[in-house]
Design a protein around this ligand. Structure first.
Ligand SMILES: [Fe+2]
Ligand SMILES: [Fe+2]
Length: 192
């Protein structure tokens, strides 16, 4: 088979292919760069949410592995999930009710008819879900399937709750406050 002059049988790339590769290389380079810093006023709080969500994804993976695991491992996993939710989600919710939600109510201009009421109520729903998981993990013998189903539901509610805070509450602050103002009332990210 003959190839046109300058073509070595398909090993040499056309100029179009070269351009495509060059663009792909540039895109890979861009992807490898660190993400642009979040300069929104609520960036510190958003970073904290992102960190908790990363842990929640790990919990989700652990719950997914419960079925068929040896009982000792199931017990360890269930205890770990409950401990994390107890220690991190409850305190996060309490901190929000004391610091974040009052600012959101203030910015929404709805004192006396709290803008955050449904989300405070949802903290209660999440708290009850954690209580339920705690009881399931402590049952003798433990029912890992029931625990996994309840954990799925709880993680779903928590995920939706986080998204509502990020997409409804935080933009209200981002639109109406500077980063310094947000940090003055919420504290630095590490303080949460
Ligand atoms: Fe919350
Ligand atoms: Fe939150």
């Amino acid at each position: 088979m003959d190839f046109p002059e300058g073509n070595n049988g398909g090993l040499e790339m056309s100029s179009n292919q070269t351009k495509i590769l060059a663009v792909a290389g540039l895109m890979a380079g861009v992807a490898a760069l660190p993400a642009a810093a979040d300069d929104r006023p609520t960036a510190g709080f958003r970073a904290e949410h992102a960190e908790i969500k990363e842990h929640l994804r790990h919990l989700d993976g652990m719950v997914g592995g419960l079925d068929g695991a040896p009982e000792a491992e199931q017990r360890r996993t269930m205890a770990f999930v409950v401990k994390f939710l107890d220690e991190h989600i409850r305190s996060h919710a309490a901190w929000e009710e004391a610091h974040l939600y009052p600012v959101v109510d203030d910015r929404a201009g709805r004192q006396g008819e709290p803008f955050t009421a449904s989300m405070r109520y949802e903290h209660g729903i999440i708290g009850r879900a954690i209580d339920g998981l705690s009881a399931l993990a402590a049952a003798a013998p433990p029912d890992a399937t029931a625990f996994a189903r309840a954990a799925d539901r709880a993680l779903g509610v928590i995920g939706a709750h986080f998204e509502k805070e990020e997409e409804v509450f935080l933009p209200l602050l981002d639109r109406s406050m500077t980063r310094a103002e947000v940090e003055a009332v919420l504290g630095k990210p590490s303080a949460h």
